[in-house]
Design a protein around this ligand. Structure first.
Ligand code: C2E
Ligand code: MG
Ligand code: MG
Length: 299
């Protein structure tokens, strides 16, 4: 059991019981969300929260109503320079707020029952896009990010299978990216879902590697193909010796475990050649290609 406390002050925050209790409630949710234990009501945070709630109130109908769009970012083989796959990154094309980045609504979907419809929608859009690329003779796999919550849901496997059947694509047309923390929570369950997905012939990566709390024992037993080094280690790898050591160690670790390594967040040619010299297999980042709408990807 755990408790969170929200504090409000009269008369600054209000004079009637209704207002004060509402403010205390808002503060309590903030305490919960940030794991603070205790929070004092802050009008600014409340304003943000109201705007957020307003935005997120429309998410369900946005998913159903086709307001989600996918941008695609290439993953490049650092030795040959060829694009090996593209990662699908979701955006919300909001009628009033413009293009909303995933950081502003995916975490919310993950905390609510919207994560399933969101994942389904993204899988559908990504595989439709892959279908049209494959029809045009571009046999590029698409990588889809899958939330932690989905990994503990056996329905994920049937959804993936149904989408592949619907589009008539082979399993190698799809890759799944799972964040490190997703894999590590409730490992036995996750392990069995990953094993079955891999059994279907789908390539699987651990995303944002280095930011979660990996147990090396799990990494040893996890039936994944790739590790993606988190961009926070990569962006400054050429100038920070500690980042350099971490990146080099992850590359060695991955290779010793027979995994391929992908570095995300490559923003310069300097970092790109440094990673190539360290033996990193693939890379992704603004230097190699920004996430773009599908129509711009060919160029
Ligand atoms: P991620 O899967 O680790 O995606 C990489 C993020 O890094 C993307 O941000 C991408 O635009 C950004 N990025 C790429 N190259 C560079 C670079 O060179 N430098 C820097 N600084 N950043 C770079 P984005 O598109 O905002 O996505 C953020 C996160 O949202 C993703 O992280 C992923 O965890 C999540 N996400 C995106 N689409 C989906 C989705 O369809 N489903 C789920 N569950 N999560 C998604
Ligand atoms: Mg990813
Ligand atoms: Mg990542």
């Amino acid at each position: 059991m755990d408790g969170s406390i929200g504090i409000t002050l009269a008369p600054a925050d209000g004079r009637d019981p209704g207002t004060l209790v509402r403010c205390a409630d808002v503060a309590m949710y903030r305490a919960k969300q940030l794991s603070l234990g205790v929070a004092v009501y802050a009008p600014d945070a409340d304003q943000n929260r109201r705007e957020r709630l307003e935005l997120l109130g429309g998410l369900r109908s946005a998913i159903a109503g086709g307001q989600l769009v996918l941008h695609y970012q290439p993953k490049v083989d650092l030795r040959t320079g060829r694009t090996t796959a593209v990662e699908a990154l979701v955006r919300w094309q909001h009628p009033a707020h413009g293009l909303v980045e995933p950081g502003r609504f995916v975490p919310f979907a993950e905390q609510s029952n919207l994560v399933k419809p969101l994942t389904r929608r993204v899988l559908m859009l990504a595989l439709d896009q892959a279908r049209s690329w494959w029809d045009a003779g571009r046999l590029l796999p698409v990588a889809v990010n899958v939330s932690a919550r989905m990994l503990h849901d056996a329905e994920l496997i049937s959804t993936v299978r149904a989408e592949l059947d619907r589009t008539g694509l082979p399993p190698r047309a799809l890759e799944l990216e799972l964040t490190e923390s997703a894999v590590m929570v409730n490992t036995r369950n996750a392990m069995s879902v990953i094993t079955r997905l891999r059994g279907e012939g789908i390539r699987i990566s651990v995303d944002d590697f280095g930011t979660g709390y990996s147990s090396l024992a799990y990494l040893r037993d996890l039936p994944v193909h790739d590790l993606k080094i988190d961009k926070s280690f990569v962006v400054n790898v050429a100038h920070r010796t500690k980042d350099f050591s971490i990146v080099r160690s992850i590359i060695d670790l991955a290779h010793n475990l027979d995994l391929r390594v992908v570095a995300e967040g490559i923003e310069s040619s300097e970092v790109c050649s440094l990673l190539r010299d360290l033996g990193c297999d693939e890379g992704q980042g603004f230097y190699l290609g920004h996430p773009v709408p599908p129509a711009d990807l060919a160029a």
